[in-house]
Design a protein around this ligand. Structure first.
Ligand code: ASP
Length: 296
């Protein structure tokens, strides 16, 4: 069987950043070439993407409303039904590697302080994923809420402008002030899918999107693997990754399943998919999306 490696830098990430996705895919390929399996390869690719500060995952993750807090989500799933995830984890360099550690426990998902302490217990050192770019993005997003934005975040801001969002503040005393993923099929027909994110533009503390939820941000089984990116709440509502996976299981080709998945969303909602089946693979998105595909 041919292997396939698919990587993305998040729905709406610029095509110009696809070199980062290519580098990630190449690192997955070297893992496969030295006998590693789909899981090891997908993790290797995701670490490269998390370490690339241009992407909203790991280093470069989005700030939450308070402009100080970064909480990250990540998950990994394999075709033999192993799954591990972390949500709202803070101050680690590679959330995906912590998610992989959760996969070795009887649990599926650890959140918040529990996830961060679990990481420390496994010797993941304290790390600040904040970048200047994330600070600039936060400042522009907050300007949008004050009616002084440049319009780039108008669609994301719209639901927050209809409510008294300051009354929802859950950051204690603090003053106001693009996701990545990989899908791998190895030459023995094993699959793995990952998702890792700093979340969306506007987030309260504790907000959880699709990325750490099985069947939403990722799904894998004997028929293939799927990773999603985009507006998490909308992806969860459509149980997107499992829905697309079920189509693969019914024999629908990867490219058609991916397009059908994207078609479930209105144009205003950003969404992207990586899909690999036993005999095909596809990348689809309704926005620009940095991505890479290697088949061999
Ligand atoms: N799906 C992620 C979330 O909602 C964001 C993204 O994919 O860009 O947390």
């Amino acid at each position: 069987m041919k292997y396939a490696i698919l990587t993305h830098g998040g729905a709406a990430s610029p095509h110009a950043h696809s070199d980062g996705c290519v580098k990630a895919a190449e690192s997955a390929r070297s893992v496969l070439e030295r006998g590693g399996d789909a899981l090891e390869a997908a993790l290797a690719a995701t670490v490269i993407l998390e370490d690339d500060p241009r992407f909203n995952a790991g280093t470069g993750s989005n700030l939450r409303f308070d402009g100080r807090t970064i909480e990250m989500d990540a998950s990994v799933m394999t075709s033999d039904a192993r799954f591990g995830a972390v949500s709202c984890i803070q101050r680690v360099k590679n959330p995906i590697l912590v998610a992989a550690k959760v996969m070795e426990t009887p649990h599926l998902l650890l959140v918040g302080d529990g996830a961060t302490q679990f990481a420390r217990a496994h010797r993941f050192p304290d790390y600040d994923p904040l970048t200047e770019k994330a600070q600039g993005k936060h400042a522009r997003a907050m300007a949008e809420l004050r009616g002084q934005g440049d319009g780039d975040y108008a669609a994301d801001a719209a639901p927050w402008l209809t409510i008294d969002w300051k009354s929802l503040w859950n950051f204690g005393e603090a003053p106001f002030q693009d996701t990545v993923g990989a899908v791998v099929r190895d030459s023995q027909g094993r699959f793995a899918a990952t998702a890792s994110t700093g979340g969306t533009v506007y987030m309260l503390k504790g907000r959880v999107g699709d990325s750490p939820l099985m069947g939403c941000g990722v799904y894998a089984g004997p028929a293939g693997a799927v990773a999603a990116t985009g507006v998490g709440e909308e992806i969860v509502r459509r149980f997107l990754s499992k829905t697309v996976y079920d189509w693969l299981e019914e024999g629908i080709p990867a490219a058609r399943a991916a397009q059908r998945g994207i078609a479930k969303f209105p144009e205003i909602v950003d969404v992207g998919l990586l899909v690999a089946s036993r005999d095909g693979q596809a990348i689809a998105s309704n926005r620009n999306m940095a991505s890479a595909l290697l088949v061999g």
